[in-house]
Design a protein around this ligand. Structure first.
Ligand code: HPA
Ligand code: ZN
Length: 336
């Protein structure tokens, strides 16, 4: 019997919650800063890594928005995305659905089209050269206004062929899903699929709003749903997927001890949980590291690991044929 470590590392898997700007490794940050003549408040890669100490979501977001300031040209967005794809190839990721934060760039004067073009050029190469399929999801920054979200949606309409859905990220507390009910309705009418970060720091009520008001197709995080029994039952009945991010939860202190991470409880309660890396350059690990972290802390069974991988396929925004093909790859792996 192979060890859980090897079993996880070699297992074909999907990633459904990944902020591409959060895959910016300090080395690339320095390279791009130099290329674009931007000065960083850090003297070295080690200094950057040392700054990655967070006690809550906002601590991280401040550093994350500062980090993305080195991204200027189409080539920068391409190189960022390509580096991520090469890295996840090593983790046997077969399909990835990536978020991007257009407002983090348009606010700095970078054109929406520059961002989309660089990312999608790399995604197309990823499919051709690495065999990794992908989808792209735009996130509205929830600390900004509804009006700004509508402006961003307007930009996205020119790229409907490249963007499958819209989501909601950034500072959760004080910015409930209800703030974006109208823009999500407009996005739905335009044919976009819908996701939202909810229940990461925010209360179960925010998850309920994401379901009832935004009508999301998938929930990002959702951890705090477990505080509400009726909501937990509802999520299990609906079989709506939760894109859970173990190392992120640990780094941002929602989960102080990995042995208390809720993902095993989620599985036991019949929730459709998946494993994801969120912002791997900032939280200390990519997909395999996230699987290892929960497996080692929670003592998952092999069946639970497989369920997480299957959930990731079922919850992806792909066609039935693509899902079948990914399930077949997983089945072939399991058959040895
Ligand atoms: O983990 C996150 N939470 C909220 N917003 C974010 N934007 C990037 N990463 C995150
Ligand atoms: Zn996230």
């Amino acid at each position: 019997m192979t060890s859980h470590r090897d079993f996880i590392d070699n297992m074909p898997k999907t990633e459904l919650h990944l902020h591409i700007e959060g895959s910016l490794e300090p080395e690339l940050m320095f390279t791009l800063a130099k290329r674009n003549n931007i000065s960083l408040p850090y003297g070295s890669v080690e200094e950057v890594r040392a700054a990655y100490q967070f006690t809550e979501l906002q601590d991280f977001l401040d550093i994350y928005y500062q980090g993305m300031s080195v991204l200027i040209t189409e080539q920068d967005f391409h190189d960022l995305t390509w580096a991520y794809l090469e890295r996840i190839k090593a983790d046997n990721v077969m399909h990835t659905e990536i978020f991007f934060d257009p407002q983090g760039h348009t606010e700095r004067g970078i054109a929406f089209d520059t961002v989309v073009s660089g990312i999608t050029r790399a995604l197309a190469e990823g499919e051709q050269k690495l065999g990794i399929t992908s989808r792209l999801i735009l996130c509205f920054l929830r600390h900004l206004s509804e009006e700004a979200a509508f402006e961003t949606l307007k930009d996205a309409l020119r790229h409907k062929d490249k963007i499958i859905g819209v989501g909601l990220d950034s500072s959760e507390l004080g910015h409930p899903p209800s703030k974006f009910e109208r823009v999500f309705r407009a996005a739905r009418e335009e044919g976009f699929l819908l996701v939202a970060h909810a229940g990461e720091e925010g209360p179960p009520e925010y998850v309920i709003e994401a379901l009832d008001l935004l009508q999301v197709d998938r929930l990002d995080h959702g951890n705090r749903s477990l505080e509400d029994e009726a909501l937990t039952r509802r999520l299990a009945d609906m079989q709506i997927a939760l894109t859970v991010c173990p190392l992120s939860n640990h780094k941002l202190a929602g989960v102080k001890d990995m042995r208390k991470h809720p993902i095993k409880t989620m599985l036991e309660k019949g929730l459709k949980a998946t494993v994801n890396s969120d912002d791997p350059a900032y939280f200390g690990g990519y997909m395999n590291d996230n699987y290892h972290a929960i497996d080692e802390a929670l003592g998952l069974t092999r069946d639970q690991i497989i369920t997480l991988a299957r959930n990731g396929i079922d919850a992806s925004f792909t066609s039935e044929a693509e899902k079948q093909s990914m399930h077949a790859r997983l089945a072939a792996y399991l058959a040895g």
